[in-house]
Write a protein that binds this ligand. Structure first.
Ligand code: CP3
Length: 345
């Protein structure tokens, strides 16, 4: 189907656009009253993720309400551990919790991978197909998954963590077991992303949310090779975005990844990121989500400064996901400030 608004895909491929496309990580969710209304009717978050009609509806809400240039499928990175055999709970106000975690060789052996794991995620493929149909070509649809290191962290820690000492301990004490687990996560993620593409995803993004917890040497050993494998498997199909939160130190090496777009967080200077990545990839980011608590005039100035600093070959976004208590009008102010920008001919 032809897209009426293909700014995101053109920017991702490095084509000239009249203005930068804009979307926000975590644009669907509690900032929108329409989302809260649906969420209140359901017993939990997972019911929403696993009901394709509803997942499609909340995926499209930010396109209608905020006027963003892309939809991102409503799901979670934790569906992969679940498909591999490790169930999770989403605890209200506390976040994810895995009752069982990965500790031993036998635990890793028992996990499903590749197509066996991906076959358990039909509800995501159905949600994508549903969304695609309902969007009717208005904007591109983004698919996603967690990067292998971030998924390993959840599978070993069992929840979020301040130090990630359990998952880092595994890297120091059982590197071969860590590699075996990373391999299985990688194969499951590749199969999963390929199904997302055949169900309608126009671009896929890898979220390496806990990248910044690793040293450069560990990132090179335990994270980048697996991200690279996923990029190379998906690159012939759709543009790929890699967002490694906190991993500014890895940007020079990330310039070699077989991906079109690199996500940048707010700890990184846009000019420095461009220097490290070089001219051949699109950059995405990077306003501090907390900047959206400021007054509208301050947000407009921050957006202008950001757009000038990045220049062309760029997708406007935040440097991490939107916080649920951000005032809706401030989010709209961010989006319209980007949309009123024009590149000089
Ligand atoms: O961006 C979008 O709008 C699409 C949906 C999306 C969700 N999670 C929905 C969600 C995406 C892309 C994610 C990715 C995700 N999930 C990441 C990577 C991005 C990042 O933030 O670093 C991570 C680390 C997770 C794991 C996760 N899921 C946590 C830690 C939490 C609890 C914290 C919180 O914000 O409540 C979730 C729950 C979750 N995932 C919610 C949403 C909308 C909140 C549940 C609700 O309020 O109904």
């Amino acid at each position: 189907m032809n897209l009426q608004n293909d700014l995101l895909l053109r920017a991702a491929k490095g084509e000239t656009t009249e203005r930068p496309p804009v979307w926000l990580m975590r644009q669907a969710g509690r900032i929108l009253p329409q989302y809260r209304a649906i969420r209140e009717r359901l017993s939990d978050f997972k019911e929403l993720v696993k009901t394709p009609e509803l997942a499609a509806e909340v995926t499209i809400q930010p396109v209608d309400e905020l006027g963003v240039d892309a939809a991102i499928i409503f799901s979670d990175i934790l569906v992969i551990p679940e498909a591999m055999g490790l169930d999770y709970l989403m605890e209200e106000k506390r976040g994810p919790l895995f009752p069982r975690t990965i500790q031993s060789d036998a635990d890793v052996d028992a996990l499903r991978t590749g197509e066996d794991a991906a076959a358990h995620l039909q509800y995501v493929y159905d949600a994508l197909a549903h969304t695609k149909r309902a969007l009717n070509g208005r904007v591109p649809l983004i698919g996603f998954c967690g990067a292998p290191w971030t998924i390993l962290s959840y599978m070993v820690e069992g929840s979020g963590s301040k130090t990630f000492s359990k998952s880092k301990k595994l890297l120091y004490t059982r590197p071969e077991l860590a590699h075996r687990l990373l391999d299985k996560i990688t194969e499951a993620s590749i199969a999963y992303l390929k199904h997302q593409v055949s169900s309608g995803a126009d671009l896929v993004q890898l979220f390496d949310s806990w990248a910044g917890i690793l040293s450069p040497e560990q990132y090179r050993t335990f994270a980048l090779p697996y991200i690279s494998k996923i990029c190379t498997a998906l690159a012939p199909l759709v543009p790929v975005t890699v967002f490694a939160k906190g991993a500014w130190f890895a940007l020079p090496e990330m310039s070699d990844l077989n991906c079109r777009v690199i996500g940048i967080d707010w700890n990184t200077e846009p000019g420095q990121a461009r220097q490290w990545i070089g001219p051949d990839k699109t950059l995405q980011g990077n306003l501090d989500p907390c900047a959206l608590y400021a007054a509208p005039a301050t947000i407009e100035t921050a957006v202008r400064t950001m757009l000038d600093a990045f220049g062309p070959r760029y997708i406007a976004n935040l440097g991490h996901g939107l916080y649920p208590d951000t005032p809706l009008d401030n989010v709209k102010c961010f989006v319209s400030a980007v949309k009123s920008h024009r590149y000089k001919a």
